[in-house]
Each structure stands twice: as C-alpha cells, then as structure tokens.
Design a protein around this ligand. Sequence first.
Ligand SMILES: [Zn+2]
Ligand SMILES: [Zn+2]
Length: 276
Amino acid sequence: MDIQITTLSENTANYGYIAEWGLSILVEVDGTKILVDTGLSFSAVYNAQLMGIDLSTIDRMVLSHGHADHTGGLREVLKIKGEVDIIAHPDIWAAKYVQRDQQPLQYCGIPFTRQELESRGARFNLKREPVPITEHVMTTGEIPMSSGYEEIESNLFIKEDDQFKPDPLADDLALVIDTNFGLVVILGCAHRGIINTVHRAQNLYSKELVYAVIGGTHLFRASEERLENTIADLREIGIRRLGVSHCTGFRASARLAQEFEDMFFVNNAGTRVTLP
Ligand SMILES: [Zn+2]
Ligand SMILES: [Zn+2]
C-alpha cells in the first residue's frame, strides 16, 4: 500500500514554489486523490501547476476547519475542479474571529459565502462524526480533549447573536489512513492538540501503531511544559515519521528536529513524500 503526500501550500516553500501562510496537502491513497485544505489564496493552485498536478482529477476534498488560511483557496480550486464533495464539520460556517496583538477582533473564517462555493460546484458533506472515504481512510470527526494538557488558544472567537465567545474549534479534524505499517495522520492545524488528534485516530481504528504524523501541529505558542509533554507522548506512541508544517513555529520545530533526528522533516510547499 503506497501513499503519496504532496504539500501544495505552506508558510515556507522549496525552490521555485511560492509560500503563503496556510496549508494544503494532497493525499493519494487507494487510487483516490484527496485534497486536504486549500491554503489562503492561490498558492495551492499555482504550486500544483508547477508540480504537474492536475487538480481537476481530485476525487474528494476535506476541510480541517473553517479558518481562512485553510479555506481561502477554495474558489481557485473549484474553478479548476468544479463539482466535488467536501467533507467537513458543520461549524466551519461559524463566524470565526481572531484577536492578534491587542488589535480589534478580525474575521478569520471562510472568506466566501456558502452559496458562492455551491454555485461553483462545492457539495458540502458536513458531519460531526468521522466520515469514511475509502476502505482505509476516514476523517476523525470531532476530537475529544483527552490528553489533559493541550488547550485551545484563547484568542480565537466565534460571533453569535452579536456576542463573541471562545471558539472551541469543534470543527478541527484530521485525516487518518490505516496502513499495514501503522496509522498515518494528516493534520490541518491541530487546534485541538496533536496528541488528542493522534489518540482519536488510534481509537477510531482500535490500533496503537502510528507510523507518521504530517501537517500543522499548532505548537507555535506552546509552553515549554506542553512541548515536553508532547514529545514524551510522541515517543511513547512510537511514531516513525514526523513532518511538521505551518503553525508548528520555529522554536517547536527546532526542538522536534533535535529530538526526532532522521524521523523529522519540515513539510513545506513542494514537499513530496511516499510512505512507507
Ligand atoms: Zn486555524
Ligand atoms: Zn492554520
């Protein structure tokens, strides 16, 4: 069972590709092409073209959550793909806001109306539960906060009835691939925690063995304590590959690189990995 993982958009890029804050990863498995997230604007489409990837051939899309840096490329992708099933959680359509450095709250949700995206071919399959995609692939659905030390950032809000309240990021999900060499977990932002997400993947397939975790780990503002707990848990889980992207941040990336050595890689735009 071969799995090909190609990163189309990320905060940083390999030679020749363009970088943009956000994430978009193409997963090819079981003869199925699944596009996880779309980046912030046009970088995913631009880089896919450079890589010779025809986005009109994707079979399914998954949105890891409703933030703009993962959904802002939807219009450009739909222009190429047209009709496509998009699996996500219903809360992607919540009115999401962020507070950055004492600034007033800024809208950071999907930058299009649902109506526009549907008129371009989006067929939203919105579920709180896991959604099977192929015999060996499914989404996690809602991720329980099981680790006890991973927290959702306090600067993220949703607007409801003209009131701002903390965003629980219930829509945050990941893609899980069940392989004969262990589970492979593809993260969007891991707002609900990388370890919580991996635990969820293990529970879904009743399997302990996790081969790879790839994508945004949301450790960029993690405390020293959380980072060390995360490393200890990843060690205990026994992962073999760790490809970090996006909201991992330099400090956590450096620490993880030091800890996981050859198992670690920076998963940026233009990176192509074949597993195992
Ligand atoms: Zn996010
Ligand atoms: Zn993000």
